[in-house]
Design a protein around this ligand. Structure first.
Ligand SMILES: Cc1ncnc2c1ncn2[C@@H]1O[C@H](/C=C/CNC(=O)c2cc(-c3ccc(F)cc3)cc(O)c2O)[C@@H](O)[C@H]1O
Ligand SMILES: [Mg+2]
Length: 214
């Protein structure tokens, strides 16, 4: 039977990356996407911006919305301090199966909790289910029309504190116009755009970093 792109991406990781070496996993996926098949990972150019924000925030608690195959999950988790935790939400079980294996190959299972289900269902349960008080960093990279409703939901559920950072992928391509308008005009956020390119292409895209002001 025909394999899927995520399955072929995992095979490339298992063939070209070193077990327990997250950076080699990231490199293997980027190589696969450049040389073989494009895939919607945040990629290396925007990934370097992601790295710099993660290093600057040095978060103890991270939430990622939209795991896909785990590329950004591994990229973020590889920079976290000891005892820091990353919770990543993914509602497609097939993608979750692949992501779990990518995370395992990187040797980052202890830092990452992959939760299967829809962000809208899980965000209200974060405190009771995972003992999370607030998130220091949230990486938004799921369906683009969910960025705004989920941000409002996180506010309502008290998951953001003064200084929490939201980092959103694809604010130009495919684009998240309602989210961008909200974080750039709301008095509750201080927003900054990091211009870059759509992963593995020359098309413009960028990341929006928004600090919650409380
Ligand atoms: C509410 C909810 N809850 C849980 N999981 C959720 C969820 N909503 C989605 N997911 C999960 O997350 C991933 C989906 C990511 C969506 N990302 C994109 O659509 C995307 C697209 C492009 C792109 C750009 C130009 C093109 F021509 C084509 C595609 C680039 C990107 O970087 C993207 O992120 C996927 O694994 C999906 O199952
Ligand atoms: Mg993306």
């Amino acid at each position: 039977t025909q394999s899927t792109r995520p399955q072929r991406m995992l095979a490339a990781v298992q063939k070209n990356a070193t077990r327990g070496d997250p950076r080699s996993v990231v490199k293997a996926i980027d190589q696969f996407c450049r040389q073989k098949e494009w895939a919607m990972n945040v990629g290396d150019e925007k990934g370097c911006i992601l790295d710099s924000v993660v290093s600057e925030v040095n978060p103890a608690t991270v939430l990622e919305l939209g795991t896909y195959c785990g590329y950004s999950t591994v990229r973020i988790a590889s920079l976290l301090p000891p005892h820091a935790k990353l919770i990543t939400l993914e509602f497609n079980p097939d993608n979750a199966v692949i992501a779990r294996q990518v995370i395992a190959w990187a040797g980052l299972e202890d830092k990452i909790q992959l939760v299967e289900g829809a962000s809208g269902d899980w965000i209200p349960k974060m405190k009771e289910e995972f003992g999370v008080k607030t998130f220091d960093l949230v990486f938004l990279d799921h369906w683009k029309d969910r960025y705004l409703p989920d941000t409002k939901l996180m506010e309502e559920c008290g998951l953001l504190r003064k200084g929490s950072i939201l980092l959103a992928d694809n604010v130009i391509c495919p684009g998240t116009p309602d989210y961008l308008e909200y974080v750039r005009n709301s008095p509750r956020y201080k927003s900054q755009y990091f211009k870059s390119h759509l992963e593995y292409t020359k098309v413009e895209d960028g990341l929006e970093k928004s600090v919650f002001l409380g």
